[in-house]
Each structure stands twice: as structure tokens, then as C-alpha cells.
Design a protein around this ligand. Structure first.
Ligand code: DI6
Ligand code: FE
Length: 421
């Protein structure tokens, strides 16, 4: 009788960019192990290392042996900040901005986020899911295996719940982990015009225990900005989230310095996102609290911003830096995470290695998934991406070219239709 294989799958004859800080390969750039091997059992990574160190003949070790054929394997990519579920689009505002209107003026005139609120309220859950599917497919085709999706275009109880349910439905339909974030404090809805406080107290705060009990939200986010909510209002939301044991995240210091970075840190936020205008004290506080900086170069690019986030200061303080699409109809009509790697490097001067860490190890941490996702390490979930590239820097180098061969979600191979083998 042949020996019973120990592993379900064994990947061979390629290179691993583990992105890990400890374990095999950790001391090399990208945590690289050239001519490596990686084994999967029960949907988790069971072994990885140099092929020559495999404890036996491949066929004797695993039920299925896969040929990497010189390609590179990375952790599955993580898009840790999106507004993927929404009604309609804002191409009209794109045209207006090209004619000179700016994002804040459009928002103050009742357009911007509120345009999308009207379209989202008018859509059924099924219509929201249908509209999001092609964008999600585009992200999955680039090796994304985990995505965060926020609410924030419903701005009343039923419509926020509808958005969160649509996000959960996408997670049930597609081979991807969906983390949902309640962003009730995204904008003041028309029925509360001029009464932001009342909106926070009457709608946002009561919804926090409701979304938690319904299992519809993994975290709570807010938009702290002159066109949205003050630091005090944001703190009220965070107090409620904390009281109900929900993690917090913050749209912080995107368009102006609101002390958002320090506020996020004060509440031990998982992440503070955007951060173009973050100040030194806020960055130091983030380093202390272990809050991840999520940089969103797509929004920076689309809005024609000129003030880049303080990357050097974040680096020096040792703040982990993640990168995400911010996929949303207004400031970031983006459905490519690979493009964000490129823009993170070209616009924000991240290194390609930092950019890749931003959509793997640090992206996982920004979602509270650092123990289970984001690196190639024994015991972690087998979410993997396999690329037809000669070196990992190519993931940030190409523009509009997708070198993915296949992705693996919970140990199961997901093909994409592209044939880069
Ligand atoms: N900042 C953003 O980049 C998105 N939300 C936010 O608070 C933009 C949302 C939109 O314009 O629809
Ligand atoms: Fe956003």
C-alpha cells in the first residue's frame, strides 16, 4: 500500500516571497526563498522552505504536486480599504472636476458622497451586489484573496444594513474573505442637514450594537474632515464602538490636518487611512498604539492632490504602512490593487518591497488579521498568489499588465482565465 500523503498540496520549483518577519527566508528582501516549496494541509500552510530540505519525495508527501515552473508565489493580496458596494457612478463629477470644480465644493453643493447616497438608497441589495460583482472580479483576477468593504452610502438604518448585507453576500458568493466596516459616519444625510450631532446620536450610535449583534460589521470607521465629522463627533462614535467591542478605523487627515492620526491612535485603531496631512505627534502616537497607516494613492491621484503623505516620518517612527484601492465612485474609481503598488512607489516613493508588504502583511494587520493572513508562514491560512515574474519588484513595476497565474483561497486553487503559465 502506498504511504498516506501528509499534505493535500505541495507547490514546487518556484520562488517564495514569504513577506514574513520571522521564519525561513525572513532575513532576505521580500522574505524570499528561491527554489522553495510550500505545502498545504486542511487549508493552511503546513510546511515551507527550500525544496532541497523537503523531508521526502514530493509524491510521497502530498496528494497533489503542483509545478511552479520558476514562477513566484506571494501571500494572496489584501485590499484593506474599499467602498466597493455602492449604487451608480460619478463620471459626471469627474467631468466637472476636469472643468475646474473641486471635490470639496462638489460635496458642499450636495453632490459628492450624497450623489452616491441617493443612488445607493434607490438600489435593492441584489442590484448593489450585481454592480459590485465585476469590480470584485477585477480585483480577484489580480490575486486579491481578502477585501474590506465599508458601508457609508446608506446613512440610515435600513440602507446601511442593506449595504453591509450586500458586502456579506459577495463574501458568500466569491472565494474571497470579506471584512465589513460600518461607516455610518461618512457624511451627514440630507434629512439631518446642519444637524450632524443629531445624526450621530440618533442614527450612527444606535446602529453600532445592531450591526455587531447581526454579525454585519467587523469594525467601525468614520470620516473626520471639514466636509464630514469633527474630531469630537468621531470620538463619540469610537467610544460607542469600543463599548461594543468593535475595532475602529479612521479616514484621517485626507484633505486637512484634523488631528486624525492622534485620534485614531488614542482609540487603538487598527488603522488610520489617507494621512496626507497627518502631523508628527499623530505619527508618534500611531507608532505607540500599533495603528497601521493605510495609504491610498488612487484617491491622491484622482483628486490631483499635491501633498503626499509623510512616508519618511511613518517609516522612521516604525509605523506599518499598508496600501489599498479605496475603491469608491468619487475619489477613487479604482479596481486594480496592482496599480496601487505602482502608484505607491511612483507617487509616494515606497519601495516595491514596502508596497508589497502594504498589500500583504500590513494589509492583514489593518484588518486585525495579522495572526492568520498576510504572510507565507506555517499555520497561516493558505491564501496564495502565483505570478509569472522574474523578480517580486515586477508587481509594482508593470502598469496595466497582470502577471497572475493563479490564486489559492483557503488552500483551493482559483483560476482566473488569464493564461500566464
Ligand atoms: N474618503 C474617501 O476617499 C472616500 N470616502 C472618504 O471618506 C470617498 C467617498 C466618495 O467620494 O464617494
Ligand atoms: Fe475611503
Amino acid at each position: 500500500m502506498p504511504p498516506v500523503p501528509r499534505w493535500d498540496d505541495l507547490w514546487l520549483n518556484g520562488n517564495l516571497a514569504t513577506m514574513a518577519e520571522t521564519g525561513p527566508g525572513a532575513e532576505a528582501p521580500y522574505g524570499a526563498i528561491e527554489d522553495g516549496a510550500l505545502a498545504v494541509a486542511g487549508g493552511r500552510i503546513a510546511w515551507l522552505g527550500r525544496r532541497v530540505d523537503l523531508p521526502g519525495r514530493p509524491e510521497a508527501l502530498a496528494a497533489n504536486v503542483h509545478e511552479l515552473d520558476g514562477s513566484w508565489m506571494t501571500p494572496g493580496l489584501i485590499d484593506c480599504h474599499t467602498h466597493l458596494v455602492h449604487g451608480g457612478d460619478r463620471a459626471r463629477e469627474f467631468e466637472l472636476r476636469l472643468q475646474g470644480a473641486n471635490y470639496e465644493e462638489i460635496a458642499r453643493a450636495g453632490g459628492g458622497i450624497l450623489t452616491t447616497v441617493r443612488a445607493t438608497r434607490a438600489a435593492t441589495q441584489e442590484a448593489l451586489v450585481a454592480a459590485a460583482r465585476p469590480r470584485l472580479r477585477a480585483l480577484l483576477a489580480e490575486g486579491v484573496t481578502t477585501i474590506e468593504i465599508k458601508s457609508g452610502y446608506g446613512l440610515d438604518r435600513d440602507n446601511e444594513l442593506k449595504q453591509l448585507r450586500a458586502a456579506r453576500q459577495l463574501g458568500a458568493e466569491f472565494p474571497v474573505t470579506v471584512r465589513t466596516t460600518f461607516l455610518g459616519a461618512h457624511a451627514v444625510p440630507p434629512e439631518y442637514d446642519g444637524r450632524a450631532e443629531a445624526y450621530i446620536e440618533e442614527v450612527v450610535i444606535p446602529m453600532i450594537p445592531a450591526v455587531r449583534e447581526a454579525g454585519l460589521a467587523d469594525a467601525v470607521d468614520a470620516f473626520c474632515e471639514t466636509i464630514a465629522f469633527t474630531a469630537e463627533q468621531t470620538a463619540r462614535v469610537f467610544e460607542a464602538a469600543t463599548a461594543h467591542a468593535l475595532a475602529v478605523k479612521l479616514h484621517a487627515d485626507q484633505l486637512s490636518d484634523q488631528g486624525g492620526a492622534a485620534l485614531a491612535a488614542r482609540f487603538g485603531a487598527l488603522s488610520a487611512d489617507h494621512l496626507e496631512y497627518a502631523n508628527e505627534a499623530g505619527i508618534a502616537a500611531m507608532a505607540q498604539s500599533g495603528t497601521v497607516a493605510v495609504l491610498l494613492p488612487g484617491a491622491f491621484y484622482v483628486l490631483g492632490e499635491t501633498k503626499v503623505p509623510p512616508v519618511d516620518a511613518l517609516r522612521q517612527a516604525g509605523v506599518p504602512i499598508a496600501l489599498a484601492t479605496d475603491s469608491n465612485p468619487g475619489s477613487a474609481p479604482v479596481a486594480s490593487l496592482l496599480l496601487m503598488l505602482n502608484m505607491g512607489c511612483t507617487l509616494f516613493r515606497l519601495t516595491p518591497e514596502e508596497a508589497l508588504a502594504g498589500v500583504t502583511r500590513h494589509g492583514a494587520r489593518a484588518l486585525g488579521l495579522g495572526d492568520s493572513h498576510g504572510t507565507l508562514e506555517v499555520g497561516k491560512v493558505a491564501d496564495l498568489a502565483v505570478w509569472r515574474i522574474d523578480q517580486p519588484a515586477e508587481l509594482a513595476y508593470w502598469i496595466g499588465f497582470n502577471p497572475l497565474i493563479c490564486a489559492v483561497k483557503n488552500g483551493v486553487i482559483r483560476t482566473t482565465g488569464t493564461d500566464n503559465r
